[in-house]
Design a protein around this ligand. Structure first.
Ligand code: UDX
Ligand code: UDX
Length: 433
């Protein structure tokens, strides 16, 4: 099927390349000329493992192309995926101006019936809003709006796209459902469950899923605080909990709080949506409060471990909000570094992929070549993102590089007993000192 994907960010680009790999003819559109130029030259503007191979294969096989020409892409496409940004406004509500712009542009250029699919995370009711814009301002052709939320995790987005746990389709007529099954035919034959429901329920499934996952993380982060007070080990608690099939082992990894372009934004948005319907979503409000407090606690944890912070040097290993991505959006390292700098710390930092993005977000941070360079001359080393390369550090080299053998491990990468044996003062999250 002839498809246009509007927005070539983390989601749009993976979606476009994935749909092309499923045998569709896909045109990826963006307003960012530089991004499109880079893509035309085979350069991927984001770090996502495997994306470069998937894009180049489908470009070579002429199923995938890139353009800034939105009008012709709309005219040529039977199905149009909207994957433009839906950033949070200061009050937490989702900013839909880009989605509205795209809806108006579709109305302006559509030359026949179109399937319009929201891939971006959009508030409940956005599908109806798009339908309204197109029917009121369009030429009268049928525009069937479908909600098809993505559940991609950055760093494993290709795998999540190719083998999703489920495909959610929110539609109001059978023809739309049939067209979606045609677009996703390979998944249908792989027996991936298709959840077919109405548009509002589909929009809510995305928020409810992200909200619940964020709840799990804030829950285990509070359990970690409790463990530190009572002398428990949050790693063991998480294992003990996770073996209960009703709970499951995933998303019970205590850490410095959740970040990224989705959890913080989507939890804020669902709390805002509830408020608009005159309901106070207490659990999500609490999840947000806890996440903010956990991030603040990390500054205290490092400062207490160091004793004196003013004028001291702190090495920070990892800047991205999670490993296997270059994405710095809402990374817990942003408040961590700002908080330590406020107390007079001098920061050295290293991240395998996120440094280019990070350089636009920090002041007075010394960016280093590798973990050992980051540790050299530092009074403390903080592990903030669990990149694999930080799991296999040469601890003797680290110890020799540090001014004092102090490590604060915010991702519980190492074993406290082993670190004690290696002669470190070692602090972590939710595990007795
Ligand atoms: C976006 C949303 O932010 C997220 O909520 C949703 O879950 C998936 O889509 P992401 O791909 O990370 O996630 O967004 P971003 O990286 O900001 O990319 C959006 C792209 O849309 C950018 O490349 C931007 O240039 C483009 N865009 C934006 C357009 O092409 N047209 C517009 O009018 C606005
Ligand atoms: C998330 C959802 O998982 C995905 O389904 C949705 O489409 C987009 O948002 P993403 O934000 O890319 O994906 O990353 P994820 O792996 O979910 O991690 C989000 C944050 O939670 C990261 O900061 C991560 O460090 C943190 N996290 C995750 C924990 O602190 N503990 C965990 O156990 C899992």
């Amino acid at each position: 099927m002839q498809i246009a994907v509007i927005g070539t960010g983390y989601v749009g680009l993976v979606t476009g390349a994935g749909l092309a790999d499923f045998g569709n003819d896909v045109t990826c559109v963006d307003i960012d000329v530089n991004k499109i130029e880079a893509l035309k030259q085979g350069k991927i503007p984001i770090y996502e493992p495997g994306l470069d191979i998937l894009v180049s294969k489908n470009v070579r096989e002429q199923r995938l192309s890139f353009t800034t020409d939105l009008a012709s892409s709309i005219r040529n496409a039977r199905a149009i995926f909207i994957a433009v940004g839906t950033p949070p406004r200061p009050d937490g509500s989702a900013d839909l101006r880009y989605v509205e712009d795209v809806a108006r542009t579709i109305a302006k250029h559509m030359n026949g019936p179109k399937l319009v699919i929201t891939k971006s995370t959009v508030p409940i009711g956005t599908g109806r809003m798009i339908e309204k814009i197109i029917s009121e301002t369009g030429p009268g052709h049928k525009a069937s709006v479908v909600s098809n939320p993505e559940f991609l995790r950055e760093g494993s987005a290709i795998e999540d796209f190719m083998k999703p746990d489920r495909l959610v389709i929110g539609a109001s007529d059978q023809e739309s459902v049939d067209l979606m099954k045609e677009i996703y035919a390979p998944l249908h034959s792989l027996e991936i469950p298709f959840v077919v429901t109405n548009v509002e329920s589909s929009e809510l499934i995305k928020y409810a899923s992200n909200g619940f996952l964020a709840t799990k993380i804030s829950f285990i982060n509070e359990i970690a605080v409790l463990c530190e007070k009572i002398g428990g080990d949050v790693h063991d608690v998480a294992i003990g909990m996770g073996l209960d099939s009703r709970i499951g082992p995933k998303f019970l990894q205590a850490g410095p709080g959740f970040g990224g372009s989705c959890f913080p934004k989507d939890t804020l948005a669902v709390a805002d949506i509830a408020r608009r319907y005159d309901y106070n979503f207490q659990i999500i409000e609490a999840v947000l409060r806890v996440n903010k407090e956990i991030k603040e606690r990390m500054v205290v944890k490092v400062a207490e471990a160091m004793g004196e912070v003013d004028g001291k040097i702190v090495g920070v290993l990892g800047l991205a909000f999670k490993p296997e991505t270059d994405d710095m959006r809402d990374s817990p390292t942003l408040p961590l570094i700002a908080g330590l700098q406020k107390q007079g710390a001098k920061i050295r930092a290293y991240d395998p992929q996120a440094m280019d993005n990070a350089k636009t977000m920090f002041e007075n941070v010394e960016f280093c070549q590798d973990a050992y360079d980051c540790a050299s001359g530092a009074d403390a080393l903080v592990i903030a993102t669990e990149w694999n390369e930080f799991r296999a550090l040469n601890l003797k080299r680290i110890k020799a590089a540090l001014r004092q053998p102090l490590i604060i491990d915010l991702r519980n990468v190492y074993d406290p007993q082993r670190m004690k044996g290696e002669g470190f003062r070692y602090y972590s999250v939710g595990r007795a000192k």
